[in-house]
Structures are given as structure tokens and as C-alpha cells.
Design a protein around this ligand. Structure first.
Ligand code: SF4
Length: 417
């Protein structure tokens, strides 16, 4: 799909024939200015072309301004993106500070007229400051109105995105990037396909940000991201990539860059993956699109583990639990990376279940989409355990929470036996 070029911060072209932009997101608290600056520096040096930081509160807009100033003073001119949920006021304030703002329309006002008014004010500030806007929808956090109309489906995701793109066009605003992420690779690919088709039908050509959200970590996080992103790249859908891993965000960059480097447009970043990453990514890129598109049903690479991982990523086989884990950000309430490893270690026998490990109670429950069980950080070393969308145990001390989760799962399977 041929998209228009938006120029981020007047210097980073995104879309059109330009190289695919490699981006990532800090997992520091934006209020920890020193840590955020240090992470931005290492991400920029490692090859991130665009760096996102979470902005959970109005005071964090000021922190963001200081972070930007310190980076520019060090000669780091990588454009910054404010990641905003829930508050249009924060988005409006951040749009005057950084080069790009990501909003989640599902978090805007429930009343459509009021949401339109909030967006109009945000667009005015974006126009005034030359700020690019990402309309960033996620499976699992669609607004109530859209979910009632279309369900929590790829169609609902597409419809929500198109509605917001039309609202931008109605306000004569075109400096837009759009994304429709999901953790389920089939949902994610279908949503982007529907979006690309709908945009073409309505004469829209906004650049597309692709990514599998809450992909997890290690080989499975890389493979899950690769099969879905490669399917979209093959269909010509992707202008910027973020690979979300529950790891140091530097680790995301070589994976995204390698996927983009296989396209005719190439990658905005030169960073290279390890030999092992190349091995698993090559197989994921080779077989993933055929499996996701339903052209093939199974594969035999000669490496049984790799076959299982690719088949699971494409949802053809569930040989272990499916994990949904957010990458963590400034909202994360506990040591997500260690906890996720521990959850994986202690639940590896629970084949067929979808288990989510989410960093915060603010976005986690909405973002874990179709998980059977959720482990969600509350802050203050406490955890809430979800069964599907329902919180079943609240305020559990962190050191007891995995055990309590396992007990609940066992009780649940015993009651079904
Ligand atoms: S769910 Fe995870 S990545 Fe998303 S806002 Fe919460 S801590 Fe950040």
C-alpha cells in the first residue's frame, strides 16, 4: 500500500518510499528523568529512529520536556513520542512538547460528541507545533460504543480507526500515523488488512505503524512478532515497526530492523541481530505468512522446537501455554521481566491456556484481550488476579501471587473435570 510521507520533527520521514522506521519505547518511569535520559541515549545509539515515553500524568509532561532538553543538549536529536492514555488534556499538553503523540481513542470520552471536541482541541495544538499524531488502537481497549456495535473484533478495530481518521480529515489534519495492535497474530493481521483496504477505498493514505502487542520475550516473543509483521510486510503494509518485547527495549531494535531490512524499502536502522535471532527470524519470515494466510497448515524445518514455536505463533498448534506479556513502561508496577520468567517457569505445564502478565492495573486488564488468566500489577507490591475479564483476587502480595494463580487454575480445571 502506497502511503503519504509525514515528517516527524521536520527531519524523520515516515511513510511513502522512505525506509521503514524502527522505533521502540522506554520502560523507565518518565518521572525518573535521569534513568529516562540514559535509556533514550542508549536506544538512540543502538539505532532507534523514534523513541516513545509514557506520559501517565500532567506533571510528566514537564518531565518529558526536561528529558527532551537534556537529550538535545547531548546532541541526541531522535524524535520523541508521548504515549498517552485516558486523558486528552495530557495529550494536548504533550503535543506542545514532543514531535509526536500517540493516543488510544478507546480511552477518549465515551460520549462521541465530547470525544470529537477533545480531538479537535488536540489537533489545533498539533497543527500549531507541527506535531504528528498516532491513532493507536489496541485489541482489548476499544471504546464501549465500538465494542457494542462490532464486538472486540478486527472489524471493530478497523471501524474505530476509520472513524478517528475521518475525524482528523474533517479537521483538515493529515499528519497522522495509524496502528491496530493485538497480541493474537491472526487478529492483528486481519485488522491491518481491513484497515488498509478501507483506507484505500476512502482515498486515505496514512502511514501505518505495525506491531504485535504484548508479544512476550525470548524466542517466542521474537517469533510471534516476526510471523505477523512479515505477513504484513509481504502485503506492503508497514511504514514503521515496533517489536514489543518484555526485555530491555534495546533488544527490540535488531529484530525490527532485520524484518524491515528484508523489504525493498529497507530499514532506518543498521543494527544487526545475533546469529540465533537470524536463524529463528528467517524461519518465522519464511513460514509465518503462509501459515497465517492459511496457504499451509504445518511446517517441517528439521528443528522440532522451532516448528512448534512458529506453529504456536500462527495459532496452528498450542504445545505450551500462550503468554501475553506487556513490554513494560513507565506505568509498570513491579519487576515485570523477572516475574514473567517466573510465571512462565511455573505454568509451563498448562498447555492450552492463555496467561497474561501485565505491568499495570490502568491499562493491563483492557490490553490482555482474550487471556484466560491475568496477573496484573497494582502497585505497592500487590497484584490482582483476573479470570478472563473478571478480577477474582485483589491486593495479593507479590510473593504469594503466582502460587495463588496456580491454585485458582487448578480449582478451575478440577471443577470442569
Ligand atoms: S500494560 Fe504494561 S506496557 Fe501497557 S501501560 Fe501498563 S505497564 Fe505499560
Amino acid at each position: 500500500m502506497r502511503t503519504r510521507t509525514v515528517l516527524i520533527g521536520g527531519r524523520l520521514p515516515l511513510g511513502g518510499d522512505n525506509p521503514i522506521v524502527i522505533q521502540t519505547m522506554c520502560n523507565t518511569h518518565t518521572s525518573d528523568i535521569d534513568a529516562s535520559v540514559a535509556q533514550c541515549v542508549s536506544l538512540a545509539k543502538a539505532g532507534a529512529s523514534l523513541i516513545r515515553l509514557t506520559v501517565p500524568s500532567l506533571p510528566d509532561v514537564e518531565n518529558l520536556r526536561i528529558i527532551k532538553e537534556r537529550l538535545r543538549a547531548q546532541g541526541i536529536d531522535t524524535p520523541l513520542v508521548a504515549d498517552v492514555h485516558f486523558s486528552s488534556e495530557i495529550a494536548i499538553a504533550a503535543a506542545a512538547v514532543v514531535e509526536k503523540v500517540r493516543i488510544n481513542p478507546g480511552n477518549f470520552h465515551k460520549d462521541h460528541e465530547q470525544a470529537c471536541a477533545q480531538l479537535k482541541r488536540l489537533i489545533e495544538v498539533c497543527k500549531q507545533h507541527g506535531t504528528v499524531l498516532r491513532i493507536g488502537l489496541n485489541h482489548g481497549s476499544l471504546g464501549e460504543r465500538i465494542t457494542n456495535l462490532y464486538g472486540n473484533t478486527p472489524l471493530g478495530m478497523k471501524e474505530a480507526a476509520m472513524e478517528w481518521l475521518r475525524m482528523c480529515v474533517a479537521n483538515d489534519f493529515y499528519e497522522i500515523v495509524v496502528s491496530l495492535k493485538a497480541s493474537n497474530t491472526l487478529v492483528m493481521v486481519e485488522a491491518y488488512r481491513l484497515l488498509a483496504k478501507a483506507m484505500e477505498e476512502e482515498g486515505m493514505d496514512f502511514p501505518i505503524h505495525v506491531g504485535v502487542t504484548e508479544a512476550g520475550n525470548g524466542d517466542s516473543g521474537r517469533i510471534k512478532s516476526a510471523v505477523a509483521i512479515a505477513t504484513l510486510l509481504k502485503a506492503g503494509i508497514a511504514d514503521t515497526i515496533r517489536v514489543s518485547l518484555t526485555e530491555d527495549p534495546v533488544a527490540e531494535l535488531p529484530v525490527a530492523a532485520y524484518l524491515a531490512s528484508g523489504t525493498s524499502r529497507g530499514s532506518s536502522s543498521e543494527i544487526k541481530p545475533s546469529e540465533h535471532e537470524k536463524y529463528i527470524l528467517d524461519a518465522a519470515v519464511k513460514y509465518g505468512p503462509g501459515l497465517i494466510n492459511g496457504e499451509i497448515e504445518t511446517i517441517q524445518t528439521g528443528d522440532e522446537y522451532l516448528d512448534d514455536e512458529i506453529l504456536q505463533a500462527c495459532r496452528k498448534k498450542f504445545y505450551r501455554p500462550e503468554y501475553v506479556a506487556c513490554p513494560g513502561c513507565g506505568r509498570t508496577m513491579y519487576n515485570l521481566q523477572e516475574t514473567f520468567e517466573e510465571v512462565k517457569r511455573r505454568t509451563s505445564h498448562l498447555k492450552g491456556l492463555v496467561i497474561a502478565v501485565m505491568g499495570c492495573i490502568v491499562n493491563g486488564p483492557g490490553e490482555m484481550a482474550d487471556a484466560d488468566w491475568g496477573y496484573v500489577g497494582e502497585g505497592g507490591h500487590k497484584v490482582t488476579i483476573y479470570k478472563g475479564k473478571t478480577p477474582v483476587l485483589r491486593h495479593i502480595p507479590e510473593d504469594e501471587a503466582i502460587g495463588r494463580l496456580l491454585e485458582l487454575i487448578e480449582q478451575d480445571s478440577a471443577s470442569k473435570a
